[in-house]
Design a protein around this ligand. Structure first.
Ligand code: FAD
Length: 406
């Protein structure tokens, strides 16, 4: 370890390698560890600072598209617990089934993070557990992070030339570097025994606009158990809504999982300059979440890949440009659906003819523009319904502004 002294405090460059290339990643979860791994593979001296004390993050059942395999390669395999071959959509007594050409993956978050941590370490990154990031400031040579050792509360100053904030929706790195706080929504899910009529390779989705502008889902993590979840607008109401939904269907919650997810409202530039150095954000810290479904795992990996490209290529990244287009398209979809009432959902399911369902299953949610283009070609009346949704959204926003002003 290389230590320097500055203004009476101990400064460490924990990697001890060329300081001009050192990167400190705050947050040892999905996006942060993936960025650490990619940079370490390209020869950067990388240290990851994670506040939890052991590499045992909370367990969570997640559904992602097959795109994750392409991004992570080998690191993806260990965490896959199931594959999904069809979606069933329900609303107001109606149903539609969408077979998937490429199965979705059900993954377990803890195993995913442990696999990514092992890859990052093999590539040469150091993972410092039990370290909570506090603040940062530029000095003449780069950036200085103040980090607390969670075990005894002592503080340490770390020198790095570049910082990546992968510290989630309430990112402290983002606040310290001057980004505005993100709006978040609660996501709650319960682990349940699967209903008897439910095949383990099928995900169910219910649109119930009187409960949530989003939807309920049930994703099987094994032949017997699954995660039933909902996104809401206020925490306690979302949990109550989920409990009522479970009760109506006679499902007993065995365990609850939940946290707040950032809402993507517009592209957040991922880089800020402090002094001569750069601070970047990845994953939830930069709201890299598909706001149509509130899935942030694959988009967070893409954000990490993009930031890595930007660091290695002197600021440019095709991946970030393409991620921005993708997230903007999901924002358009969310705006279209957000004020849908029951008759709109009923009509949407009625309009899903075989050709439209085929297109929905052909591409993944991480290729939204391909889905939209094909579906609209095959069922143009869905486009009209979508435009109506956008118009309703405009009206309700205008009404909101009126009442705020009056
Ligand atoms: C219940 C639930 C279900 C979900 N389901 C899905 C799904 O099915 N599909 C999907 O794609 N997405 C899903 N998501 C969203 C997805 O989990 C997130 O978008 C993704 O995990 C974000 O990863 P991240 O690495 O950006 O941030 P996080 O996973 O939030 O990690 C942030 C890390 O930073 C650390 N940290 C925070 N502050 C500090 C600090 N000051 N110092 C040091 N370390 C710090 C934290 O301990 C944590 O390890 C779900 C989320 C929840 C809550």
């Amino acid at each position: 370890m290389v230590y320097e002294r500055s203004q009476g405090k101990r400064i460490s460059n924990p990697t001890g390698r060329t300081k001009s290339q050192s990167v400190a990643v705050v947050g040892g979860s999905a996006a942060g560890l993936f960025a650490a791994s990619l940079l370490a593979r390209r020869g950067r001296a990388v240290s990851v600072f994670e506040r939890i004390e052991t590499l045992e993050p909370e367990e969570r059942t997640l559904i992602v598209t097959h795109r994750m395999r392409g991004l992570l390669g080998r690191a993806a395999e260990g965490c896959i617990v199931n594959e999904i071959r069809r979606f069933e959509l329900f609303t107001d007594g109606r149903a539609a089934t969408i077979p998937l050409h490429h199965p979705d993956l059900i993954i377990e978050r803890r195993t995913l993070i442990q696999g990514l941590a092992a890859e990052a370490q093999q590539a040469g990154a150091r993972i410092e557990l039990g370290r909570r990031f506090h603040s940062l400031h530029p000095n003449g040579k780069g950036l200085v992070l103040e980090v607390e050792r969670c075990a005894d509360g002592s503080r340490e100053e770390i020198h790095a030339d570049t910082i990546i904030g992968g510290d989630g929706a309430a990112s402290r790195v983002a606040r310290a570097a001057g980004w505005a706080p993100l709006e978040t929504v609660p996501l709650v899910q319960a682990i349940v025994r699967l209903p008897k009529d439910m095949p383990p390779d099928t995900t169910r989705v219910w649109f119930i606009p009187q409960d949530t502008p989003y939807f309920y889902w049930l994703i099987p993590e094994s032949p017997t158990h699954g995660a039933l979840g909902v996104i809401g607008e206020s925490g306690p109401e979302t949990r109550r809504g989920l409990e009522q939904f479970l009760e109506k269907r006679g499902l007993e919650p065995l365990e609850f999982q939940g946290a707040r997810i950032p809402v993507y409202k517009r592209w957040i530039p991922v880089r800020r300059q402090l002094g001569q150095s750069s601070v970047y954000l990845v994953g939830d810290a930069a709201a890299q979440v598909k706001v149509s479904t509130v899935g942030g795992t694959v988009t967070g990996f893409r954000g990490a890949l993009g930031v890595t490209e930007a660091i290695l290529n002197g600021g440019t990244s095709r991946e970030l440009r393409s991620l921005r287009r993708e997230l903007d398209l999901h924002l358009l979809l969310r705006r279209t659906l957000h004020d849908f009432q029951q008759p709109d959902y009923s009509r949407m399911v009625d309009l899903l003819n075989d050709a439209a369902k085929e297109s929905l299953g052909e591409y993944s949610r991480d290729e939204a523009w391909k889905i939209l283009w094909r579906v609209c070609l095959r069922q143009p009346r869905l486009l009209l319904l979508g435009l109506r949704g956008l118009l309703m959204r405009r009206r309700s926003l205008d009404a909101g502004q009126q009442s705020e002003l009056s």
